[in-house]
Design a protein around this ligand. Sequence first.
Ligand code: R5P
Length: 288
Amino acid sequence: LRLFSGNANVPLAKEIARYLGLDLGPMMRKRFADGEIYVQIQESIRGCDVYLIQPTCHPVNDNLMELFILIDACRRASARQITAVLPYYGYARADRKTAGRESITAKLVANQITMAGADRVLAMDLHSAQIQGYFDIPLDHIYGSPVIIDYLLAKNLPDVVVVSPDVGGVARARAFAKKLNDAPLAIIDKRRQAHNVAEVMNVIGDVAGKTAILVDDMIDTGGTITEGAKILRQQGARQVYACAIHAVFSPPAIERLSSGVFEEVIVTDTLPPVKQPFPQLKVLSVAN
Ligand code: R5P
């Protein structure tokens, strides 16, 4: 078994290697003057079971391209089996056409990973479960929520209600609530006017006087979860926690998340460390 890390999230790859008692495999990575990426695996991997760790996060196009090149290099080096380990799967939100003449990038990326030569995929918290079916190679879909749930259970919070920030996240929030001592569920009915602009309309469920735990797969600009928290406060929630697996944190996420509306913002390390940590931020590792 050999483990290699792309450039996207080396700290997570090191943690995974430490947990497995392995070293990350040696490789050379450089850029040509025109920006093209060069990768060379620097040991024999002939006949090996190779795992390539590369969340396809910001800068997503570079990280994706590096993943394709890594897979191709391993294929040409006669690896027996290549598993693309994708702690975060970028381009996942366009998983269907919502208007005419759009691309379904989640499927396009699945095709490209397969065409590059991956035999298997190990993905964590895909934006939507149906992305599993976009691959014709085996895909293991694993979840980061257990580390967040253990953390919350240890806090022993009173009167918990788990809240989905939108209708699309209800199944995820319901599963989360079940593991959180069968906590009740509330749903925010959100209408989105444009990409990355969230508008909150209504709360379905009782949140007054409760500890509200907002659960999402990712926080990107922070708009969805912050607007959600505001309406929960308006409806009388005593404390609001934000939980998400993927801390994408595109601007102005940090400003929004640190504005004081959250008791705590709990995320995992599927993406690289946050450059400007703020007091409410708690990062849990999914390396194990
Ligand atoms: C939407 O379907 C996702 O689950 C997230 O709610 C969304 O991508 C978060 O984006 P932002 O933080 O920019 O509102």
